[in-house]
Design a protein around this ligand. Structure first.
Ligand SMILES: [Zn+2]
Length: 419
């Protein structure tokens, strides 16, 4: 694995600074308090599109940690600023407020054998708590960065939230030079590629009728079946990984009724924008053709129709593993004695900045996470402090710190001006 020696040296010098050592030790000592705060935040329901209550609590926590200019924007993102000494880049550090669990889910924590069970405890309860413990550690050790830390939480990261929080963030501000989002998982793993996805809700409609009496009427469920048959044999590349899935189907009222509607939701993904567009074009063609084929087979012209609604659009994005933000993250992992692992692409808040050309990584909060997105989601806090320690070192390297280190992260504005 290629690591840039100058960045490795920078991070090493940061990690051996007295104040930084104090901050790293604080993160270890704060592990239990962090778990408790994670449990507290997880216990406030926050389904996608209903993050408001949790967001208000998060805003208060940021305020109590001295974060300035905290704003809750129109969509519910909560961000403030921890000012640096000046003249440095601006880096976002955030986690997401929302969970995949609907309102009414029991989100109260239960301890079993050293693990905390609660839906959302890891994803992204861990990320939210990690951001706060890092702020406490910086404050505790009296660390001033060179650049500004834009710190907070996004909405709408999960499912049909479609990354709308982070999309809104980047559509409304242009002062962001780099971006770190925190998700659950092993601290040595770095996500620097974004999987793009397109999602469609597809509905076939027809006149319907009695299964026997009206036999010969074009049938929406049969059209849906034709479409699925067509989609299910599409060939897609293994690299860049490109996939499809018909994830939900519904329709029909009884066994002896020709249904009036049939519906499905389709998920298309790729690590390449181009392959995603290719796949999308083929699928859209199949969806239309299935209606035509069903009508033609029954000798009808337009009895069955299809309505196609796009319900998801997450941009794909890639950047080089040599990008400074990736290198700083790897150097931070190595400085703590771990072997950095560049993770395969996934779909997180970082997709949006990566797609826009803003350096971004998703880093992991540490501890052991499991059962993510299920009612059995859990978190094991054993030695979880390696997560926030890695992220703290990455933040300090990117923003620059004291006499020890110039910012690794370039200011984007300056870069643009030079070109
Ligand atoms: Zn997440």
């Amino acid at each position: 694995m290629n690591m840039k020696p100058e960045i490795v040296e920078t991070v090493k010098s940061i990690a051996t600074d007295e104040k930084v050592k104090e901050a790293l030790a604080f993160l270890e000592a704060d592990n239990d308090a962090t778990t408790n705060e994670q449990i507290e935040l997880t216990g406030i329901e926050a389904p996608t599109f209903e993050e408001w209550t949790r967001g208000k609590v998060y805003q208060e926590k940021l305020r109590s940690l001295g974060i300035e200019d905290i704003q809750v924007d129109e969509v519910g993102n909560v961000f403030g600023i921890r000012k640096g000494a000046g003249n440095g880049p601006s880096l976002v550090l955030c986690a997401h407020l929302d969970t995949v669990f609907p309102a009414g889910t029991d989100v109260q924590a239960k301890w079993v054998d050293g693990k905390v069970y609660a839906p959302g405890i890891s994803d992204d309860g861990r990320g939210l708590a990690v951001v706060l413990t890092i702020l406490r550690a910086l404050n505790h050790a009296g660390i001033e960065t060179k650049g500004d830390l834009i710190v907070g939480a996004t909405v709408g990261e999960e499912g049909l939230g479609d990354l709308h929080g982070v999309k809104h963030l980047f559509s409304t501000r242009n002062d962001i030079d780099g971006f770190i989002s925190v998700e659950p998982g092993a601290p040595e793993r770095i996500t620097y590629l974004g999987t793009g996805s397109k999602r469609y809700s597809v509905t076939y409609k027809g006149p319907g009728g009695h299964s026997f009496g009206s036999f010969g009427t074009a049938n929406p469920i049969h059209a849906l079946g034709r479409a699925i048959a067509g989609i299910s044999v599409l060939e897609t590349p293994a690299d860049p990984k490109t996939t499809y899935n018909v994830g939900v189907i519904s329709g029909g009222t009884s066994v002896n009724t020709i249904s009036e509607t049939a519906k499905m939701i389709i998920d298309l993904r790729s690590n390449s924008e181009e392959e995603l567009a290719n796949l999308e074009a083929k699928v859209l063609e199949i969806l239309q053709q299935a209606a035509v084929d069903e009508n033609t087979f029954r000798g009808k012209s337009d009895e069955v129709t299809v309505e196609i609604e796009q319900v998801g659009d997450r941009p794909a994005g890639s950047q080089s593993p040599d990008a400074d933000i990736v290198q700083a993250s790897m150097a931070a992992v190595a400085a703590l004695g771990f072997e950095p692992v560049l993770g395969s692409a996934s779909s997180t808040d970082s997709n949006v900045p990566i797609n826009l050309g803003v350096p971004a990584v998703t880093l992991n909060g540490g501890g052991e996470a499991g059962g993510i997105h299920t009612l059995n989601e859990y978190y094991d806090p054993t030695n979880a402090h390696f997560g926030p320690q890695t992220i703290l070192l990455t933040v300090l390297a990117l923003l620059g710190y004291g006499e020890t280190a110039e910012p690794v992260l370039p200011k984007r504005q300056a870069e643009v001006a030079q070109k």
